[in-house]
Write a protein that binds this ligand. Structure first.
Ligand SMILES: Cc1cc2nc3c(=O)[nH]c(=O)nc-3n(C[C@H](O)[C@H](O)[C@H](O)COP(=O)(O)O)c2cc1C
Length: 319
């Protein structure tokens, strides 16, 4: 069996190597439901939620509102201390997930301002107490998503700490906090992390199709591939990569793209109610990208406040 057909083992569980990454506001429950139409076995990360929000049901408990068909799910949280972790874990386990992930890579100002996300990479002592508590409380696999470092690259030390604290795998997005999501990812650093630990290492950054997965694998030797922006408005992406890895040429047809754009809108309306329409509009340009005839109507569509109007125009593009 080739590397690409083998699975990645995370604790007692195993999954195909291509994994759906977390994109806050994008890879939400409605989107993950669409992904499941193509890929049933693949692991999907949820978007990051602070343990205090989960513990207190902030946002009408939306963070725990998902469908069991979205599993296997890696539920991602942020924390800045050991507070709220126990209460959050109790709720997450009751909701039914497969893995819990701690995010220590988020670069956002409001997140690092409270000492969570990537700020934790600059505070190994605090991080250690948090990691140990997660490990103690979690009867299911536990993973951590890191960056190259906060202001300085210290991913090697942090990866060893994560392993020593008993995590089952780690994902690395090899950019510094200061780089946010831009600039060349440091695949050399990801390769060094892979060599430094024996737990599985997942790469995040720049993998958008099977070809880029191969290129990144050659440079890093990692075990798994987290697809972030590459999956946006492409719920078939993990399926496509799996097909390409098996040597099958597969491409979505224009009709399929438009069908899933409309279905995405319906799923969001069902999940969020009428405000789902406004949340959906940010996805439209990504579905329309590269489609013939789309340029002229894109501006009109992203302004529309009528679901039926958007659907009629999309249907007319089927040609
Ligand atoms: C809009 C946006 C939202 C993101 N939200 C999260 C998040 O909630 N949790 C997380 O770990 N990473 C988040 N990320 C980072 C991605 O998961 C990923 O690490 C990064 O985009 C690099 O991978 P890519 O090149 O495949 O997109 C986000 C990135 C973007 C662009």
């Amino acid at each position: 069996m080739s590397f690409w057909q083998e699975k990645i083992k995370i604790g007692t569980l195993s999954f195909p190597r291509f994994i759906g990454g977390p994109l806050d506001g994008i890879t939400d429950s409605p989107f993950r439901q669409l992904v499941r139409e193509f890929s049933q076995e693949e692991l999907l990360y949820t978007e990051m939620r602070h343990v205090a929000c989960v513990a207190h049901d902030v946002g009408g408990a939306k963070s725990l509102k998902f469908d069991q068909l979205e599993r296997p799910l890696n539920y991602q949280v942020a924390a800045n201390s050991t507070d709220y972790i126990e209460a959050a874990i109790e709720k997450i386990l009751a909701a039914g997930v497969d893995i819990v992930d701690l995010n220590i890579g988020c670069p956002a100002r409001n997140v690092i301002g409270s000492g969570s996300g990537s700020a934790l990479m600059a505070d190994p002592a605090r991080l250690e107490s948090i990691l140990k508590l997660f490990r103690k409380l979690l009867p299911i696999p536990f993973t951590v998503k890191i960056r190259a470092g906060f202001k300085e690259k210290n991913a090697l030390d942090i990866a060893r700490l994560i392993q020593d604290c008993g995590a089952d795998a780690l994902a690395i997005h090899p950019r510094l906090q200061t780089q946010h999501f831009e600039g060349q990812p440091d695949y050399g650093l990801a390769s060094a992390v892979k060599k430094a630990v024996s737990i599985p290492v997942i790469i995040s950054g720049g993998v958008v199709n099977f070809k880029t997965a191969q290129l990144v694998y050659n440079q890093t030797g990692v075990d798994g591939f987290l697809i972030g922006r590459g999956i946006w408005a492409r719920p078939w992406k993990l399926y496509e990569m799996r097909e390409h890895a098996q040597g099958n040429l597969w491409q979505p047809t224009t009709k399929m793209v438009l069908h899933y754009a409309m279905k995405h809108l319906d799923t969001m309306l069902h999940y969020y109610g009428p405000k789902g329409l406004f949340a959906f509009r940010k996805h439209l340009p990504f579905y329309l990208r590269g489609l013939p005839n789309a340029t002229n109507i894109r501006a009109q569509l992203v302004q529309s406040s009528q679901a039926h109007e958007i659907k009629e125009v999309l249907a007319s593009l089927e040609g």
